[in-house]
Ligand binder design. Structure first.
Ligand SMILES: [Zn+2]
Length: 479
């Protein structure tokens, strides 16, 4: 799929006084979208239903997976409060959450589990920021405030209509180019550049007038020429009631204390077995006598190894590294692993991703394909391939002597002691382990230092309430 582009570029006329052209365009757009009625609104409601892609995180390398999301953002401009209800359905989980900034503090409600956590990162600016950014109405609302930083950079045809190009800098700091229809003042496109991702394009279409304002019924989002979000339904309502929207719901309890993970942590989880990492990246190392067998982590592999060397006061080489699966964050370890001379264990289906990530420095003898099962170092470590919704192939590392299992992305929890939050793929994972008849006492994860006991795992699953849409939540009634 390709994105329509401007066919004609014309330099800005210089005859106008600086600022006149920008002022005219901004005034027209602002007026078209509702003028003061929009600017002075007490509140706004932005509903979106869309399909999304998350490249690099699909179940297989062959085909992309879509997930869908419905969200309803309510902004109370008067009291500077926001609340966003979000319903997400992916191949691995179903989530119904409410993100709230109540004017003082941020809180995240997990509605299916009836739990909440207080979150510092939820502020008036951050709650629903992507919905705000992707709303042409919200852009038009703030445009007059951006006049000082606006610059007319040309005009041209887009989808058959003449458009003015306006470079703007938003108060949050990001710069973008708006493509504004000359005759209507409607915003048809916003483009901005992202350091790593390249050009991000928001294409607005099918604008409608509704109750004194205008909004695009479609917003499709692209990174480069690749679609990432496709809108199914959008609705914007001005001055909805904020009564009771910020009431604290009854019957919710806190998730519990979370782990502090900003510092490096080395845990000797069993004899000769170590879990090393910080943040959301942890690597397991098993000392087999001659060398280490390692698995997991997202980056900083060398740093993790250095920390282990310091801790143990020795420096055995890493002989083998088990790649759990092909998702982009796990591939990030591989260049370091390859440079250290280790053999990478992977399934045939993920081989191309390994080769793409490591490049030429990867020698053929550094690759070991795993077909279902491999036993290493006289049975000190076993590797199994299990299939879940998260990935069609996951290599998990089992240490029989310690009854430990290491895997990634299936049972992460940052909770210190409380039972983890369960999603449906966690149950698939547990079933797969049972089918293998593995005797597991504890589960280690590449995203958390928490060691989950088998009892905790089972207990959490037992309490899982499923995915049914609770009463009173229209957003998920239709699934
Ligand atoms: Zn993954």
């Amino acid at each position: 799929m390709s994105v329509a582009i401007f066919l004609v570029f014309v330099a800005s006329p210089v005859s106008l006084q600086a600022g006149d052209k920008e002022e005219t365009i901004i005034a027209k757009t602002h007026q078209a979208y509702g003028g003061d009625y929009l600017a002075l609104a007490r509140s706004i409601n932005i509903f979106e239903h869309k399909k999304l892609l998350w490249p690099g995180q699909d179940a297989s390398l062959k085909q992309p997976d879509f997930f869908r999301e419905k969200s309803e953002l309510l902004i109370d401009f008067e009291k500077r409060r926001k609340t966003m209800l979000s319903w997400r359905v992916s191949r691995t989980s179903v989530d119904l959450e409410r993100f709230v900034f109540d004017g003082e503090k941020g809180r995240l409600y997990d509605i299916l589990n009836r739990k909440y956590s207080d979150e510092d990162w939820l502020t008036f600016d951050s709650v629903g920021v992507s919905a705000v950014r992707a709303s042409d109405t919200m852009i038009a609302r703030v445009l007059p405030k951006l006049l000082t930083f606006a610059e007319h950079v040309g005009n041209g045809y887009f989808r058959g209509a003449l458009h003015e190009m306006l470079k703007v800098r938003f108060l949050s700091g990001f710069e973008a180019i708006l493509y504004i229809q000359q005759d209507t003042g409607f915003i048809s496109k916003m483009e901005r550049s992202h350091l790593r991702a390249g050009t991000l394009s928001y294409i607005f279409s099918n604008h409608i007038h509704a109750d004194g304002i205008v909004y695009a019924q479609d917003m499709n989002f692209f990174v480069g020429d690749q679609p990432r979000q496709v809108s199914l339904d959008r609705k914007v309502t001005l001055n909805p009631s904020t009564n009771s929207a910020f009431d604290v719901p009854a019957g919710f309890t806190p998730w519990g204390e979370v782990l502090k993970t900003s510092e490096w942590k080395i845990q000797e989880v069993a004899k000769n077995t170590y879990l090393v990492g910080k943040g959301r990246s942890y690597t397991v190392f098993v000392d087999t006598g001659e060398a280490y067998i390692a698995s997991g982590g997202q980056r900083d592999f060398r740093d993790a190894l250095e920390k282990l060397y310091e801790y143990r006061d020795e420096s055995k080489p890493v002989g083998s590294f088990v790649l759990t699966h092909h998702h982009s964050e796990h591939l990030a370890d591989l260049p370091d692993v390859a440079e250290l001379g280790a053999t990478i264990f992977t399934v045939t289906e993920h081989l191309s991703a390994v080769k793409d990530r490591v490049g030429k420095q990867l020698k053929d003898k550094q690759i070991q394909e795993v077909n279902t099962f491999v036993s290493l170092a006289d049975g000190q470590v076993e590797i199994y391939d299990i299939s879940t919704a998260h990935s069609e192939h996951n290599l998990v590392m089992y240490v029989p002597q310690a009854k430990l299992l290491f895997a990634e992305d299936h049972y992460e929890t940052q909770l210190k002691n409380a039972l983890p939050r369960v999603h449906k793929d966690m149950i698939n994972f547990k079933k797969a382990v049972r089918r293998l008849k593995l005797d597991v006492d504890a589960y280690l994860d590449g995203h958390s230092p928490r060691i989950l006991t088998n009892e905790e795992f089972d207990q959490a699953i037992k309490l899982y309430g499923g995915e049914a849409c609770p009463e009173g939540y229209n957003i998920c009634v239709q699934g």
